[in-house]
Design a binder for this molecule. Structure first.
Ligand SMILES: [Mg+2]
Ligand SMILES: [Zn+2]
Length: 234
């Protein structure tokens, strides 16, 4: 059932202190779905409505892989498109419904969707502010963490923008930056981002995270075994 997305609170910047769940925070545009190319104007932008929303190859498979690894999946996205007067909140919601339907029809679970709707130059006064939720700030991740009792330090942030990596770092998450192998990334941006991992697409991020998790479990098992054998020797 669609429950509506959470429009982030521009002032709440809280930590989940007792979070126990682990999450993969996933950017939306350019990460789950393609950017939309307007043929008439030649510009590339976020989809403004469901008819402009198209999944990237492997995206929902990746979300299901995240589920299978035991993570909550939380979409965290800057959507200043309403503030800029490019679309309506109803069309943003319709786009979100299409995303959730696409995921669930493939058996992938998106646990929640958090949008920052604000922009410092918003044409709508109620959305015009320097908020704590617009990535690269960590408000979206922290609000999601508080709501879902997520342990940020053992969670991941995956996205295609420098600001996704920065938001992940600001929330103390592990970060995966999606940069196609043929992408020309300016060196200063690359150095500033310092993601924990780089992947070409969301499905590659899923493979990397699965690999990291497997190694983590193996080393945790070794520590467990070591302490047990140490105990029995005494
Ligand atoms: Mg993006
Ligand atoms: Zn915001």
């Amino acid at each position: 059932m669609y429950r509506g997305f959470v429009a982030a609170d521009p002032h709440v910047d809280e930590f989940a202190i007792h979070g126990r769940r682990r999450a993969i925070f996933v950017d939306r545009d350019g990460t789950i779905n393609a950017m939309f190319r307007n043929a008439a104007t030649g510009t590339i932008d976020s989809p403004m409505g469901p008819e402009e929303f198209e999944l990237l190859p492997g995206a929902v498979q990746a979300l299901r892989a995240f589920n299978d690894l035991g993570f909550s999946v939380i979409v965290v996205s800057n959507q200043p498109v309403v503030a800029k007067g490019k679309t309506t909140i109803e069309r943003v919601e319709a786009t979100t419904r299409k995303l959730l339907e696409a995921a669930s029809s493939y058996g992938a679970r998106i646990d929640d969707v958090f949008y920052c709707l604000h922009h410092p130059q918003s044409i709508l006064p109620e959305l015009r502010l320097a908020c704590v939720c617009r990535k690269p700030r960590a408000g979206l991740l922290r609000q999601a963490a508080a709501k879902h009792e997520i342990d940020l330090a053992s969670s991941y942030m995956v996205g295609d923008s420098l600001t996704d990596v920065q938001a992940g770092h600001a929330a103390a998450c592990r970060t995966v930056w999606l940069t196609p192998h043929d992408a020309v990334v300016p060196m200063d941006e690359h150095l500033n981002a310092s993601p924990h991992h780089r992947a070409a697409a969301l499905i590659d991020a899923a493979r990397i995270i699965a690999d990291v998790e497997q190694r983590r479990q193996i080393s945790a098992a070794r520590i467990d075994f070591g302490s047990r054998s140490g105990g029995s020797a005494r």
